[in-house]
Design a protein around this ligand. Structure first.
Ligand code: PMP
Length: 390
């Protein structure tokens, strides 16, 4: 046998990555401090020092989520991995699941539950809308689900869903309350324990400003009761909470058994990003995101642009959706802004495709200076992109 595939010529060129302003719905820019943390030497995923870093991460997540749950950890993977971890562990084939669909995330959660053989029902609102507690209660009583899924920050539509009272409703109907906070946590108030959330997850690459690849998740005692008394094993070995709980030291056992090779450098970055959030404090981070979002919304309206979410209090401060300007091709606008201003903003996703432009200002990116940059880029794009007469 001989090597018949030569070394690729492209790999002889050095790696080049442009600097960009990442103002889409994620990932956001990663500050030097977090990048440098990730550049520390690799040590073993089962070394004592790694376990200590994981323990710090756990405390940071408990602070960010405002929870005392012991079963708190970070999944190796992106937001989707955490979503599957929640659903695959909490739901068995044949069980009833309810998802709130007011954008793409409820659709995806429904599909994940369907794939493991759950009986899935949805409540559906047009993109940009949300659900009242009365609507949710009606569906809980009709479908008797074991899990109810809701996206706190619907990043495809820019809606911030109210959470108060929903946890109590779920518990009244003996259902676990599963919340996606990938696009909201750290930028908007959320109190996992006080709001009766049973499973909460997020991603590293939005408000936390860490590189994509780790996903904080936490399970309440009620969720653990259900998960650890399942009749069948979860479909995924990689995401089985029995294994993850042991790897993250959440199961009280004296020793940890190798499950998978934790992405140690991603853990360093995640720890640093949680440290930065703790230094600023949740309250200050929430206030900053709120003020910057208000400033941004006022700037957009003064340019004559319309906000997609009409009700002010239902607007997600981290990801703003702008009604796609009439007469323009939204793709030409986003391409122009990328080419001319080196800024990423994006179009819609799933049910909001063609309807909106989306701008994410999350974590360190949430500043008035960055708002001014986006507004200037949008003004310039509207001047230079093709506008049809009709
Ligand atoms: N949920 C929400 C609300 C999101 O915004 C995203 C990412 N856009 C995800 C889930 C999925 O996360 P990831 O892309 O990290 O898998």
């Amino acid at each position: 046998m001989s090597v018949s595939i030569p070394p690729p010529k492209c790999l002889k060129k050095p790696l080049t990555v442009p600097h960009r302003l990442m103002f889409g719905p994620g990932p956001s820019n990663v500050p030097a401090r977090i990048l440098q943390a990730g550049a520390n030497p690799v040590i073993g995923h089962m070394h004592e020092e790694t376990f200590e870093i994981m323990s710090d991460i756990k405390s940071g997540i408990q602070y960010m989520f405002q929870t005392r749950n012991i079963m708190t950890l970070a999944v190796s993977g992106t937001g989707h991995t955490a979503m599957e971890c929640a659903i695959f562990n909490a739901v068995e084939a044949g069980e009833s699941v309810l998802t709130a669909v007011n954008g793409i995330w409820g659709e995806r959660a429904a599909e994940m539950a369907e794939r493991i053989g759950a009986r899935v029902n949805t409540i559906v609102s047009p993109p940009g809308g949300y659900f009242t507690n009365a609507e949710i209660e009606q569906a809980l009583s009709k479908y008797s689900p074991v899990v109810f899924f809701l996206a706190h920050g619907e990043s495809s539509t820019g809606v911030l869903h109210p959470l108060d009272g929903i946890g109590e409703l779920c518990h009244k109907y003996d259902c676990l309350f599963l919340v996606d906070s990938v696009a909201s946590i750290g930028g908007v108030p959320l109190y996992m324990d006080e709001q009766g959330i049973d499973i909460l997850y997020t991603g590293s690459q939005k408000v936390l400003n860490a590189p994509p690849g780790t996903a904080p998740i936490s399970f309440s005692e009620r969720a653990c009761q259900k998960i650890f008394h399942r009749k069948t094993k979860p479909i995924s070995f990689f995401l089985d909470l029995n294994w993850l709980a042991n790897y993250w030291g959440c199961d009280g056992k004296p020793s940890r058994i190798y499950h998978h090779t934790g992405p140690v450098n991603a853990f360093y970055s995640l720890r640093e990003s949680l440290a930065i959030l703790a230094e600023e404090s949740l309250e200050n981070s929430w206030k900053r995101h709120e003020k910057v979002a208000e400033y941004f919304q006022a700037g957009l309206e003064s340019m004559g642009l319309k906000l997609f979410v009409k009700e002010r209090k239902a607007r997600l401060p981290t990801v703003t959706t702008i009604v796609a300007p009439h007469g323009y091709n939204w793709k030409e606008i986003t391409n122009y802004i990328m080419k001319t201003h080196n800024i990423e903003i994006s179009g819609g996703l799933g049910p909001s495709i063609g309807l909106v432009l989306r701008v994410g200002l999350m974590g360190c990116n949430s500043s008035k200076t960055n708002v001014d940059k986006v507004l200037a880029a949008l003004k310039d794009a509207l001047k230079h992109c093709h506008k049809s007469k009709v």
